[in-house]
Design a protein around this ligand. Structure first.
Ligand SMILES: *Cc1c(COP(=O)(O)O)cnc(C)c1O
Length: 378
């Protein structure tokens, strides 16, 4: 039987060569490759500064801490996201407040954000779900009016743009993920981008134990053996093996995105007009990052049934996401009332992410589409 994985990283000889070269260079921790990757990635997303980290989660945590978010503060975010978007708020000691989402694309609803702002609200974290940019004009207006920070969880969004502006350059700061399943991978890894020099510097320092600027150079010939500890920082830095892989991926990025975009159109072409399948909606004024191809089915029962039927046919699908307002930890923490978010529940209960990755064979895509149609009809 044919097997179609949900996802597969596109890694070639170019990545292999880059990582081996980095190994042989003698510098395998944070070093010149990380600096080069930061520069090139920042340029790619039109941000002034970038800081390489070991995950997107670390980036979100450091952005909050770098902006001074802590106990007594509230941070508003979407429940339709991966756990870490909200977990990092808890790590700072601040309170998580969920806002409901747009019923069509599942992105955080700026009007609901507005309603949930209090005097304690310090920041909003928006997530460009599946690679579709959030409604940034309205979010920026709301945040500016109330004097609160806006942060992009851009884990799904490298390559996306909103009205011609790149995701990663649209707010106070953004965090990207280079986890194995994401559009660019370093195995594990992440990157914060921002236009603010002082914030970038604070994040850089916090990412390496709170050691003063450029302390990573302390083992290099010209580096100083002495450093100052200026904060109780974390061990969140990227290393040069990751950066070498990332640089090779970045070289191939346009090609990878083109391939994603082609497969996206192909799914649309073969699935459009099929009764019982709603295709992902893309606004006119954005470029979608084509990270996750998620369709919506009639209801939760149908979705779960289709998911198992496809699994029987060797097709692996996923759900992005079971919303955090349905997760036991957040229900217990926030209570049923704060977790009553109708659109988030409706949107995610019928959603199904189909196999989608740059090296996906067209025949596999057609097989998935065929079996999906049969399962939905059955
Ligand atoms: C993958 C993901 C993260 C976490 O990324 P890591 O690099 O694994 O920390 C955060 N937010 C969203 C929306 C994600 O999909």
């Amino acid at each position: 039987m044919r097997e179609v994985p949900f996802c597969k990283a596109s890694l070639t000889e170019a990545e292999e060569k880059a990582v081996v070269e980095a190994m042989r260079s003698g510098w395998i921790t944070k070093g010149p490759k990380t600096v080069e990757f930061e520069k090139k990635f920042a340029a790619k997303v039109n941000a002034a500064y970038a800081v390489g980290l070991n995950s997107c989660t670390a980036g979100l945590h450091l952005i909050l801490e770098g902006l001074g978010v802590g106990p007594g503060d509230e941070v508003i975010t979407t429940p339709v996201t991966f756990a870490s978007t909200a977990n990092v708020i808890i790590h700072t000691g601040a309170k998580v407040v969920f806002a409901d989402v747009d019923p069509v694309n599942g992105n955080i609803d700026p009007n609901d954000v507005y309603k949930r702002i209090t005097n304690d609200t310090k920041a909003v974290i928006c997530v460009h779900l599946h690679g579709h940019p959030c409604e940034m004009d309205r979010l920026r207006d709301v945040c500016e009016e109330r004097g609160i920070f806006l942060i992009e969880d851009a884990a799904h969004a490298p390559g996306a743009d909103y009205k011609g502006e790149k995701c990663g350059s649209l707010a106070d700061a953004a965090s990207f993920s280079f986890y194995a399943t994401k559009n660019i991978t370093t195995g594990e890894g992440g990157m914060v981008t921002t236009h603010q020099a002082d914030l970038a510097e604070r994040i850089r320092v916090l990412s390496l134990h709170g050691l003063s600027k450029d302390a990573w150079k302390r083992y290099s010939p010209g580096g100083s053996a002495f450093y100052s500890v200026v904060a109780a920082g974390y061990k969140y830095n990227m290393n040069d093996l990751q950066a070498a892989m990332g640089l090779a991926q970045l070289e191939r990025f346009d090609e990878l995105q083109q391939r994603r975009s082609m497969l996206w159109q192909q799914y649309g072409y073969v699935l459009q007009g099929v009764e019982g399948i709603v295709l992902p909606h893309v606004s006119q004024d954005v470029t979608h990052a084509c990270h996750i191809y998620a369709v919506r089915l009639k209801d939760e029962g149908c979705r779960d049934r289709v998911m198992s039927a496809l699994r029987e046919k060797g097709i692996y699908t996923q759900v992005h996401f079971v919303p955090l307002n349905k997760q036991p930890f957040y229900r217990a923490l926030l209570g049923a009332e704060a977790c009553r978010l109708k659109n988030a529940v409706d949107f995610t209960s019928s959603i199904l992410s189909l196999p989608f990755y740059p090296d996906m064979l067209e025949e596999d895509l057609l097989y998935v589409a065929d079996e999906l149609k049969k399962a939905v009809a059955g």
